[in-house]
Design a binder for this molecule. Sequence first.
Ligand SMILES: NC(=O)c1ccc[n+]([C@@H]2O[C@H](COP(=O)([O-])OP(=O)(O)OC[C@H]3O[C@@H](n4cnc5c(N)ncnc54)[C@H](O)[C@@H]3O)[C@@H](O)[C@H]2O)c1
Length: 347
Amino acid sequence: MKTDERIGVGFVGAGAVVKTIHVPVLGQMAQEFRIEAVWDINTSAAESLAQQVGARVIPGFEEMLADPRVEVIVVATPAGCHAEHVAAGMRAGKRAILCEKPFGSSLDDIRLVEEAAATSDVPLLIGAMHAFDPGWSAISETVAHMREQAVAIRSSIVLPFNERFEQWATELPPRAPPELDAEDIAMLLMRMGIMELAIHDLPLVRAMIPEGAPITVTSAMPLEPFGYAISLSAGDRVIDLFGYIHDSWKPSWELEAVSADQSLCLEFTPSFVHAGSATARISGTLETDIVGPFARNGYQMEWQAIRELARGRPFPIPPLAQVIGDFRFALDIVEQSCAKIAAGAGQ
Ligand SMILES: NC(=O)c1ccc[n+]([C@@H]2O[C@H](COP(=O)([O-])OP(=O)(O)OC[C@H]3O[C@@H](n4cnc5c(N)ncnc54)[C@H](O)[C@@H]3O)[C@@H](O)[C@H]2O)c1
């Protein structure tokens, strides 16, 4: 008979996001969750995390799926493995799955998850933390207004260098496999910029454009040493996506939208930082409202959602069709941006 009523969590992947984001949040919710098990193809990564959090190392993913003490799985492997791990977790009938963003890496991943979801009712939460940020959740009326009437939307992310970006920017070009030329590398870095960085804001951008609006990327430039500047249109809306990793610029993370009579500016805290929610500034023709910041951040809200869902209680998370729509949106931007790079290189 089970005496510990806390929800048992299993980590699939024991890398940076687990150590710096999920473990600290679960530490704050230790009355409700216990970290039960860790699986990573890198055994020493699994062992070191398991030792740090007092969990078991599981010898294989199948064992984790079969273990009833692992009730919730966190998929925190690289994007190319997400769909496979999510689908397996659904088939195993876990109580809930938290899969880090992005949803996957290719269109094939959609079919894999949809097939598993067709015979399973396991809730899936994709960890796009800004979509769960209380500063964003609190402005749903403004978001609905922008969906109807926004003229322009801008996502701008400026971050200092960290080990990860440094590795991409400095190791990839000189150490790239010989079959990759400069154009291939530019496309690879563009893809990373969109799927690793811009992806945080893309579900929010999509929420502010009409459902199904066709998108056209009008320009896409990779920035040295690591970044992207992309302009696109969605129907009659103009969207700018800017991301730059630079040490001398002031870090900032903003999402803005403007209509004829309202403007919205959301300021987020950087990812990996547990510093409360975004703050929204909404300016109308007569007055400006400030919403937030709230004490909790998007990561904490993700885990609140997982707690409720794992207990069988309702909690409003984006449905599967919506997260798949967000993923298609991101892939469409990747494809069109890479096509722009290829077209530019051919001129
Ligand atoms: N929400 C956020 O703010 C945020 C921040 C960073 C990363 N992420 C996302 O989290 C995911 C993981 O990122 P990370 O920074 O922790 O990466 P990481 O490289 O630090 O860790 C990934 C881990 O997965 C392991 N792994 C790889 N393939 C595996 C497999 N088939 N089975 C088991 N383990 C496997 C690796 O050995 C590694 O330890 C990515 O999808 C990334 O985009 C999200």
